[in-house]
Design a protein around this ligand. Structure first.
Ligand code: KG4
Ligand code: ZN
Length: 348
């Protein structure tokens, strides 16, 4: 049987990304352009700049993907794009480009939910599908979200918990900013934490032991700010040693918060899926954090869950995750066509 191909476009935030994946789980082409440098001077993503930059680069990324794969648009079986949630300007650019390509070549258009794509990506890199068979428990941690999901099927997700305030990545980014580290903050905090003492500052663990599976991180970030201010009052400025120690304490407390909430969710999940395999999958940009991965690995082990995570490059936003989510939906429903779907800045 000849494989099917889906081209996917991701423009919901500050990455312009295009990829082609096959139904054999092969990433045939994969192009990504990060706008980080364009936004870094502002300390965060500026929506208008992001949308304009997507317009400038998207067409050539699409052409690049097709030519590097030695394929034509007509060789695709469907065109997928992120239609939400995300920044509306960027979503419009990616979606309209994809719809135009689909219309002009008679292909179906598939509207992909960015979060669903993160949640399905681990299946792309699981060759025989055994580690990522439905159902599985999922911790999705990105710049805009922190959710515990039960993934029941390609298009069936049950949200068990979410953040009441900041997302995981947002907490990393804001902490980095208040400590004078650059954007995006996650990797910088992780690096600084390697040199720090995680026992030095006592930080609160929001939601600890509370019923349900929701998260809260804004109190943690505020506590870091207060400790930083005390250090500045004492030494006149924030010294590198304090920055490192604060990063280590923040990251360690973050790990404990995640473990507390996820531990509860694992117990709940196990009670409802007594027969099924216990699989935990982590995804989203923050899943690239090695310290958090290790903490979650030991938690999974304790609860007899297997832990898997996509490779680091597929944890942060990329085109392959969108193409793959499109592929999963195309394989399930070959007559799919969502050309009339709008872009949705908010799409739980
Ligand atoms: O999934 P993603 O690429 O984009 C969104 O959909 O939001 O996640 C980006 C987020 C940023 O907040 C970034 O700081 C965070 O993921 N991040 C990390 C690490 N690498 C990226 N956070 C902690 N540790 C990391 N190593
Ligand atoms: Zn994302």
């Amino acid at each position: 049987i000849t494989p099917k191909y889906v081209l996917g476009i991701e423009t919901s935030c500050d990455e312009t990304a295009v990829a082609i994946v096959s139904s054999d789980k092969e990433i045939i082409a994969h192009k990504i352009l990060s706008q980080i440098e364009e936004h870094a001077v502002y300390g965060g993503v500026v929506p208008e700049i992001a949308a304009r930059s997507h317009i400038t680069h998207l067409d050539s990324l699409v052409e690049n993907c097709l030519s590097s794969a030695d394929l034509a648009l007509q060789d695709m079986n469907a065109i997928a794009a992120t239609t939400g949630p995300g920044l509306i300007g960027g979503l419009m650019v990616g979606m309209m480009t994809a719809k135009a390509m689909a219309q002009s070549s008679g292909l179906p258009f598939i509207a992909v939910n960015h979060l669903a794509a993160h949640a399905l990506t681990p299946r792309l890199t699981d060759p025989d599908g055994s580690k990522t068979a439905f159902p599985y428990l999922m911790l999705l941690m990105s710049g805009g979200h922190c959710q515990i999901l039960e993934v029941l099927d390609v298009d069936d997700f049950k949200r068990l918990g979410t953040t009441l305030d900041d997302a995981t990545g947002e907490a990393f980014d804001k902490t980095a900013k208040l400590l004078g580290l650059g954007y995006p903050g996650g990797p910088q905090v992780e690096q600084a934490a390697l040199k720090g003492d995680k026992t030095r500052f006592p930080l609160p663990q929001p939601m600890k032991g509370k019923a349900g599976f929701d998260f809260s991180f804004s109190g943690l970030k505020t506590a870091v700010r207060r400790e930083a201010e005390k250090c500045v009052a004492e030494h006149g400025y924030l010294r590198e040693i304090e920055i490192n120690d604060l990063c280590a304490c923040f990251q360690d407390t973050m790990a404990k918060c995640l473990m507390d909430r996820l531990g509860r969710a694992m117990k709940d999940y196990t009670s409802r899926h007594s027969k099924g395999g216990r699989r935990l999958i982590i995804a989203g940009g923050v899943a690239a954090n090695t310290y958090l991965r290790n903490a979650l690995e030991s938690l999974a082990c304790e609860h007899n869950f297997t832990l898997s995570a996509p490779p680091l490059a597929l944890c942060t936003d990329n085109g392959a995750m969108i193409a793959w989510a499109g592929m999963e939906r195309f394989l399930k429903t070959p007559e799919i066509n969502e050309i009339n779907q709008p872009a949705r800045p908010r799409w739980p």
